[in-house]
Write a protein that binds this ligand. Structure first.
Ligand code: C2O
Ligand code: CU
Ligand code: CU
Length: 553
């Protein structure tokens, strides 16, 4: 067999990279599907530092800035929110708030470009919610002040300056916003859970790393259309990390903080998926705990899970893993090629070679060709490990996952029905109701007294879009036209998934699918007219304009 010149080049580059990387102790090659679990520990939120747990007392200042030597995986620089509180220094603090508490933050922009913070899922009036109209320039500042009214849950915060959101979030600006209340504390007590020890926030993000381990955000035109995929998956900033656990129940608050990548998550032991209990999602606890063995998690979504490891043996390994799925990049069908040709990240059997900017994008034939062969991007729907749990301490623990969770009211019945369509423009660019973002217009106007039902329909020749609304939560009523791989995971006659139960702020809408959601615009009650946003949480799509203003009258 003859080795092609291209293979030879990439081989020798790899060898070279290996040598340099080994020298500097900087990095390993992109993960193979079999995984490569080094001794890297999962960075767990502690008392200070990166992702430190910060329960603010009084006013807090968050400064968006670049800091060197931060990224746990490689020591690369990152953009972070830096803060000081009670003599401790924090980077991207995990904010821990109690329901009813006042929340006061000054954002200081230490970047060379505009920014603004959005508190994703946190109830607050629009001027507090990081509308891009309020993006502040370099060295500017912005005052936030509002009471915490959310129920307990796993929320998060990240930048929202229009056109720069993806890049800033990708370069590191993002962290958790955890709200606690009595119900939450009761569960923590019942299961003996401790935030930062046995209750662990985990943000999953994919990155492209340069040869010297830096974060590389340099999307091509295709990447802007499809979303920017990385070559390496990080959890709390670390690659294929290990968490040493004891024989007990753990709570993991999983956040997909990637700009574009969708995960099909499972816990795998001895090559088999093991059941876990989903207790919460975007808007706090589900109405009842759900046993499941896997779930899709799209950018912006959270899954709050309990994993019972009380019966596992010492030395047992459990992998948090991405399970194979069809990423459904069906937008190529629109180009009149009958699905033979997928743009971007081809997953199926299609073969495609197109030169772009002098760089060949070999889509591969009949297998898992990467859409970005040249970068060694990790394909979206293949199987790969994300993190490892290693049981290494035996403890006496006899508590069981809860059989009940706090009740939540039924969604309001009826309401104005509003069709929402997601599609691609003929010449490219994703649209909502055939429109793209215009800062000065509000194509959706809603009445604050009324509940509405939004039927969010994604075109067939499309790709999955995680649709997020600011200011209010959805209740998912129904999924229809779902692709087989989604239908398979449905838990009720309405075609809903485990992750659809309870309150949602981001719902993934697959190609050809319609997700019907009920939205109660009377809660929370905000004073005066509001201008919120409805957008795709594929952050490349959002920045490219897949976003609309929603005026609440
Ligand atoms: Cu997390 Cu408007 O976004
Ligand atoms: Cu949001
Ligand atoms: Cu999208």
């Amino acid at each position: 067999m003859q080795q092609s010149r291209r293979d030879f080049i990439s081989l020798s580059t790899r060898a070279l990279m290996l040598a340099i990387g080994a020298d500097l102790g900087l990095f390993a090659l992109p993960q193979a599907a079999t995984g490569n679990f080094s001794s890297a520990q999962l960075p767990v939120p502690g008392r200070q530092g990166l992702f430190g747990l910060l329960a603010p007392e009084g006013k807090l200042t968050l400064t968006a800035t670049e800091v060197k030597g931060v990224l746990p995986a490689t020591g690369a620089p990152m953009l972070v929110y830096s803060a000081r509180h009670k003599g401790e220094a924090y980077l991207n603090p995990v904010l821990v708030l109690r329901k009813g508490q006042p929340f006061e933050v000054t954002l200081v922009n230490g970047l060379q470009e505009p920014t603004i913070i959005h508190w994703h899922g946190v109830d607050c009036p629009w001027k507090q919610a990081g509308h891009p109209l309020y993006a502040i320039g370099s060295n500017g500042s912005y005052e936030y002040s509002f009471p915490i009214t959310n129920r307990a849950g796993t929320y998060w915060y990240h930048p929202h300056p229009h056109g720069l959101t993806a890049k800033q979030a990708y370069m590191g600006l993002a962290s958790f916003f955890i709200v606690r209340d009595d119900e939450e504390e009761a569960l923590a007590k019942e299961l003996d859970l401790q935030l930062g020890e046995t209750d662990i926030p985990m943000v999953i993000q994919d990155k492209r790393l340069t040869h010297d381990g830096r974060l590389d955000y340099s999307p091509s035109r295709d990447d802007l259309m499809m979303g920017y995929l990385g070559d390496t998956i990080l959890v709390n900033g670390q690659r294929t990390p290990t968490l040493k656990t004891s024989t007990r129940i753990y709570r993991f608050r999983l956040l997909n903080g990637s700009t574009a990548r969708i995960y099909n998550l499972a816990f795998v032991m001895n090559d088999k998926q093991i059941p876990f209990t989903l207790i919460g999602n975007d808007g706090g606890f589900l109405p009842a705990p759900q046993q499941t063995d896997g779930l899709f998690l799209a950018p912006g979504e959270r899954a709050d899970v309990l994993l019972d490891m009380s019966s596992l043996a010492l030395g047992q390994e459990v992998f948090l893993q991405n399970m194979p799925f069809d990423p459904m990049h069906n937008e190529g069908e629109m180009m009149g090629m009958g699905g033979m040709m997928n743009m971007g990240h081809a997953a199926g059997g299609a073969s495609m070679n197109h030169a772009q900017g002098g760089e060949a994008h070999d889509m591969g034939a009949g297998g898992h060709g990467s859409g970005h062969g040249a970068h060694g991007v990790l394909e979206e729907g293949v199987s790969y490990p994300i993190a490892r749990l290693l049981v290494d301490r035996a403890v006496a623990y006899t508590r069981k996952p809860p059989t009940r969770l706090p009740d939540i009211p039924a969604p309001p019945s009826g309401g104005l029905e509003r069709p929402i369509s997601l599609a691609m423009r003929h010449m490219g660019g994703w649209t909502i109701n055939d429109l793209t973002f215009d800062m000065d217009s509000a194509p959706i106007v809603v009445n604050r007294r009324g509940p509405e039902i939004w039927h969010i329909s994604n075109a067939k020749a499309s790709m999955p879009h995680p649709m997020h609304l600011h200011g209010y939560f959805y209740r998912v009523l129904q999924r229809s036209g779902s692709p087989e791989q989604v239908k398979k995971q449905a838990v009720d006659a309405q075609g809903r998934l485990v992750t659809d139960l309870g309150y949602k702020d981001t719902v993934l809408v697959w190609p050809g699918e319609t997700v019907s959601v009920s939205i109660d615009f009377s809660r929370p009650q905000y004073q005066g007219e509001q201008l919120f946003l409805f957008h795709c949480h594929n952050l490349e799509h959002e920045d490219q304009g897949m976003m609309l203003n929603v005026r609440v009258m």
